[in-house]
Structures are given as C-alpha cells and as structure tokens.
Design a binder for this molecule. Sequence first.
Ligand code: NDP
Length: 455
Amino acid sequence: MAKSSSVIKDVIDIVKTKETAQPEFHQAVEEVLTTLEPTVAKHPEFVKAKIYERIVIPDRAILFRVPWVDDTGEVQVNRGFRVEFNNAIGPYKGGLRFHPSVNLGILKFLGFEQIFKNALTTLPMGGGKGGSDFDPKGKSDDEVMRFCYSFMRELYRHIGPNRDVPAGDIGVGGREIGYLYGYYKKIVNEHTGVLTGKGLEYGGSLIRPEATGYGTVYFAAEMLATRGNDFSGKRVAISGSGNVSQYAIEKVNQLGGIPITASDSNGTIIDESGIDTRKLAYLLELKNNRRGRIKEYAQEHKVKYYEGKSVWEVIKDEGIKVDIALPCSTQNELNEATAQGLVTAGCYCVSEGANMPSNPEAIKIFQNNGILFGPAKAANAGGVAVSGLEMSQNSMRLMWSREEVDAKLLGIMKSIHKTCLDNAEAYGAKGDYLTGANIGGFIKVANAMLSYGIL
Ligand code: NDP
C-alpha cells in the first residue's frame, strides 16, 4: 500500500511542479487521482504501464491567435485553444467555452474531466475541450459572427467527425454553433457531424439543448430514490440562468419540484413562489433572445434581487430553506462556507450541473454531512451523451424523435448512476458517488490505453 500511495502522490506532485500556474488543472488531477488510490493495488498492470503518469498529459494542446474586426473597424485579437486530451475510446469530444477567464489551465481541467465523463456515458467518445478568452457578452451578432469565423479558420484543420467533435459550453450556444458550423461547412465543403449542438434544421438532435439540465435532474432523482425520496414539493436551488440552468428548472417543474433561485454573474433572484413554466418562458426569452440580465426577472416578477451575490451566498446569509441544490453556472462556485450554509439550510442532495462547481472543501462538507453528492462528471454527462447520440444520428443520416432521445438520455443517466454505485462498492467506498464515477470512467480508458501498448 505504501508503494501504491506513492504512485498517486508522485503523479500529483509532478503535475503541480511541471505545469505551473494551472490551479484548476491541479485541482481536477488531485481530485480524480486521489480517489483512484484503490485501483493501484488492484491493477499492477496500470502501474507497470505508467497509465497514471500518461493519463494526466494531453495528446496535444493547440494554441492559436484569433484576429477579428469589431463594429467600429478596430482589430481585436483573442487567444484560441483546443486541448485534445485522450482518444483511447473514441474521437476527442468536448465543448468550446468563450469567456474572458479562459486559459490553458482551465481548458486542461475541463478536458481531463471530460475523459472520464465521456467514458461513463457508455458511448465511444474521447476527451477534449477548447475555447477562447473572447467575451460574447455585449458584442453584436455581427461581431460574434466575425469572431466565430476567425476561430474556425484555424480550428477546422484539427477537427473532423472521426477525429475531434467540439460542442457548446459557457458562452457558446445555438447562435455560436451556427456560425462555427456554417464556416466549417463553407471551407471544408462537407456537411458532416463535426460539431454537436447544431440547429434542428441542419443536423442537430432533439433534446440536445435540454440534455445537460435534464440529465442533472435525472441523476438527482436516481440518488433521491436510493433513500425513498423524490422531487415532489421539494425546494430546489439552482445557480446560473444559462443553458444548463434553464432546462434543469424545466425538468424540476415537470417532476413536481419548486425551483426557487436563478442567477447570473451580476446577482441572484429568489422567487419563493417558484419559477414555474410561465416565468421560465420569460427567463428563456430574457436570456436567449434579449440577452438581458437576471435583475430584469426580479423587476418583472416583483421578487428579491441580490446584486453581486451568488445563489449560495444568499442562501447562507438569508437563512433560506433548501432541500436540493443544483449548481449550474461555473467552477468553484461553492466553497466551505457556502457548502456549510447549504447544510444549515437543510439541503440533503447536491447534483452538479456545472463542471467542478464545488471546491474540495465544499465536497468534504457534503460527504461528512451525509448529503447525496452527484459529482459533475456523472451528474452533467447527459449533455455529452446526447451529443454522442447526435453524432450517431448524423452518421446514420436520420433523426430520432424527442421521446426516443429523452428515453435514451434517461437510460444513460440511470446506467451512470449504477456504474457509480457499483464501482464505489467494488473498490471499498460504498455510496461514494465521487469515487465511483472516477474509478468507473478511469478503468475503461486505462484498459483501452493498455491494449495499445506504449503510445
Ligand atoms: P451558459 O453560458 O449558457 O450559462 C452560464 C451561466 O453561468 C450564466 O448564467 C452565467 O452568467 C453564469 N456564469 C458563468 N460564469 C460565471 C461566473 N464566473 N460567475 C458567476 N456566474 C457565472 O453556459 P452553460 O449553461 O452551457 O454551462 C454552465 C456550466 O455547465 C459550465 O460549468 C459548463 O462547463 C457546464 N456544462 C455545460 C454543458 C452544456 O451542454 N452546455 C455540458 C456539461 C457541463 P452570465 O451570463 O452573467 O455570464
């Protein structure tokens, strides 16, 4: 055991020493590898082939410049990235993020997580992630279009339907995917499944926009069922108001829960009477068409708005009662203090819609307090799973119905839930979804890597 511990510790230390100034990547590697400890003793073949050392290094990371001209005629320059992390079990697959905070370390954390998440879906997809420090907020449609064209002018040579298939993420929704795909199609002169999240008219899948939010709620429902519980009449706190949050709110309503919060990077609203179907329609129009701020929801519906505060800070500071929490905006939005605030609020289930929204201290608080905790790579895998189904439909040149895709999504989320529990139990961590998810995803990828020899 002493030897096995040093394998994991050494890899973490090397990553921290060699890949400096990438705190989010360090955090993701440490979180995953620490929970892989029980695999070291059981799989000496992984140790011998140095799978642990190899899996933390991307196959390649591409960095490129993205020059474009704004509406005033001034030249703007952004950084573009694509991290192709691991294609052991299928083509690289993972979203593109456009946000000012984007850098190589953040994309490596997201790409690394994506390897295990994609393996959990049961579909043949490797892990990748990309994006730019471009901020679509406040830009005109024409500016976003010119930026997307410039971004694709370089990215096109690195991607392909059997090679690397990007999708959306923060700041990349239907509008951006349309511009990116249109430009790819123009220069490559091929209509193929090279991006997912496409519009329904040009190869998109029904339920893809809904998939991440729905999947996060399905996963929570599975966890609740293990304790004989469900969403009916439960107060649900959801952060963000983008793609994942919107459809998490929709599914919570469908399952009889009461979504009481939403936010954006400026502030939080608390709607005690619930964000019902009618108010959700307003939110979708506000965020997706008018590209407005959450503050306007508070004005329209006469509810409380907390400027500059996250959902989790408001719950803690105002003592708001919550049964279930779905963090759906960004990484590290929950820390020790706000996680403790959720415990005090009476929360007993957390399902992560965003990627790595809980920092390590927050996760400890959840686990130590017996909270059902669904980690991102399991709980939000519904998005990439339906992206995988979009790829299948594109290859087969057909389109499944809404009901078919939703049924497949539900089946995949149930299967991921079972994989987590089975692996947690098999490796001595019964009921620990975090360990189960990491080990479940890892074993599949590690075995595939082993089959290829030393590459
Ligand atoms: P969107 O861009 O549609 O929405 C993001 C939401 O989070 C917005 O409300 C945004 O507010 C808020 N937000 C973003 N950054 C911050 C920040 N630093 N502080 C406070 N609020 C912030 O993105 P998605 O809904 O697509 O993605 C949300 C999360 O889900 C991300 O972690 C993403 O990686 C993850 N995810 C997404 C998937 C998908 O299919 N889209 C799949 C799996 C995971 P504002 O508008 O003010 O910036």
